[in-house]
Design a binder for this molecule. Structure first.
Ligand SMILES: [Zn+2]
Length: 488
């Protein structure tokens, strides 16, 4: 059997002012043996699929893999180039017995809100109806009807933060094997409640709504051998398309009605829990006050609206301003992305006093620039390796400094980054368990990532283009009415 693999992981914050352009797509492209080597070694969905393919003795044809980064929408030019490059490689590799594609499921360009569906349709036009096209999805995917129609099977991760990509890819190979040898005949169904959920509430952990839903899905799968997979995708509200929000995708062997029934049941189960998905945050002033007075510390303050996982500039200053105002000694600002301030601090040198104006510079949505005065304590290349099994790997924050402002430590990075786990701090000589307050920029990854350190977690209502207060965002594409934007 001759099976092709590829990936397209563009993640778009439709509200952000930056764009992901052609150059970022071109720079991120992995092809040929390099794709197979890199993915074969890692814990990605492609890695899992490759293992399954190897066990079955398939000939694997590498297509291309794009990971242009996380920012605003793609330019049309960037998306079109990536799509055509992938489609052309499929044309050249044809005839193929099957295709496995890893998608994030949240890509949008200036004029195409559903780049994932657009890509799958273009691939389907080339391969025809009969070649199985199996697609793995990130747990944040906004699954569109177009995607569901074009793919033979969509299969999502079941964890959040996500650590089961490899298993999902491996399962995809097993299903592909069944289809190719004729023992499986896939029937799928897609359903979606009139709901859009804040990222904050998609945590899959005991007591959280997604955990209940995932358990229900697991129980249904275990109870009937004809159900191959049930995926509940949480959605990514900052990527604005018609179908933004949670969705359910069910794949069965031969049973179209069963797939539809289960999808409908889980859609209603999501809807019934809709109020559990309402956001839950406190003001910066209140959060800092509570963090300063509680005995249960370290306190982890989440700057969700400027999460390093949601395509915002990473230079939001609202919590820093409040920490300075309340003189919150023992606090660490996980990061402000501000390359100019970093260079100024490096220019001054270790031990030197600096007056800097940091953050709030990329757009007008993430707070005002804040003046700080402090001593440059650390200068670092910004590279560190995460300690967690999710969002694992090596991070490149660019040149990074720590400025000690009279007991409030400010980490300045050159690039936006997810701030979610202890090695981010330890790599810079800050032992997080010895601090009172640690400010993370993440949506929920910090809850799992900082679990070994934090004793109190408070999510702060900061301004920003990933605000969890959805009514503040200028949605244009999403279907209406939808809860909680509409009171239904
Ligand atoms: Zn995700």
């Amino acid at each position: 059997m001759r099976v092709a693999v590829g990936g397209y992981l563009a993640v778009a914050n439709s509200f952000a002012t930056q764009r992901t352009g052609l150059q970022q797509f071109q720079r991120s492209k992995l092809s040929g043996d390099e794709l197979l080597d890199r993915m074969g070694r890692g814990d990605s969905a492609i890695g899992g699929f490759l293992r399954g393919a190897q066990e079955r003795g398939w000939e694997v044809v590498p297509l291309h893999y794009f990971f242009p980064g996380l920012a605003g929408k793609n330019t049309d030019e960037g998306h079109r180039w990536a799509k055509e490059t992938l489609v052309n490689s499929i044309r050249q590799a044809s005839p193929l017995d099957g295709i496995f594609l890893q998608l994030h499921g949240t890509s949008a360009s200036d004029s195409i809100p559903d780049c994932d569906g657009d890509l799958l349709r273009a691939i389907r036009q080339v391969i025809g109806e009969r070649v199985p096209l199996i697609v793995s999805l990130d747990g944040h995917a906004n699954v569109s009807q177009l995607m569901a129609r074009q793919a033979t099977m969509l299969i999502g991760v079941k964890t959040n933060p996500h650590y089961d990509f490899y298993q999902v890819g491996y399962q995809a190979a097993r299903v592909m094997g069944g289809v190719l040898e004729g023992s499986l005949e896939l029937k799928t169904a897609w359903a979606q409640p009139a709901l859009v959920a804040p990222l904050q509430k998609l945590y899959v952990a005991p007591g959280w709504p997604m955990d209940h839903l995932m358990r229900l899905a697991r129980n249904r799968t275990a109870a009937n051998s004809r159900i191959i997979d049930i995926s509940i995708l949480g959605g990514f509200f900052v990527s604005d398309r018609f179908e933004t929000g949670p969705s359910v995708v069910v794949t069965t062997h031969k049973e179209a009605n069963l797939a539809r029934e289960i999808a409908e049941e889980l859609k209603l189960a999501c809807w019934a829990r809709r109020r559990e998905f309402l956001t839950d945050m406190v003001s910066a002033a209140e959060a800092v006050r509570e963090a300063m007075t509680t005995d249960e510390y370290p306190v982890i303050l989440g700057d969700l609206a400027d999460s390093g996982g949601a395509g915002t500039p990473g230079d939001g200053t609202a919590i820093l301003a409040e920490l300075l105002k309340q003189n919150a000694r023992g606090a660490v600002i996980g990061n402000i992305a501000d390359p100019a301030a970093v260079q100024e601090a490096i220019g001054a040198g270790i031990g030197k006093q600096v007056n800097l104006t940091v953050g709030g510079k990329v757009d007008r949505f993430h707070g005002e620039p804040v003046a700080i005065t402090g001593r440059v304590r650390t200068i670092h290349d910004g590279v560190y390796t995460a300690s967690t099994r999710f969002n694992s790997g090596t991070y490149h924050r660019g040149p990074t400094v720590v400025v000690d402002c009279g007991g409030i430590e400010v980490i300045l990075t050159s690039r936006p980054c997810l701030v979610f786990e202890p090695n981010h701090f330890r790599s810079l000589g800050i032992e997080p368990s010895e601090r009172r307050i640690l400010v993370c920029k993440a949506e929920l990854q910090h809850r799992a990532g900082m679990a070994s350190v934090g004793r109190t977690f408070i999510d702060v209502d900061t301004p920003g283009l990933a605000t969890q207060e959805l009514s503040r965002l200028p949605f244009k594409e999403i279907r209406r009415p939808v809860f909680p934007l509409d009171d239904i």
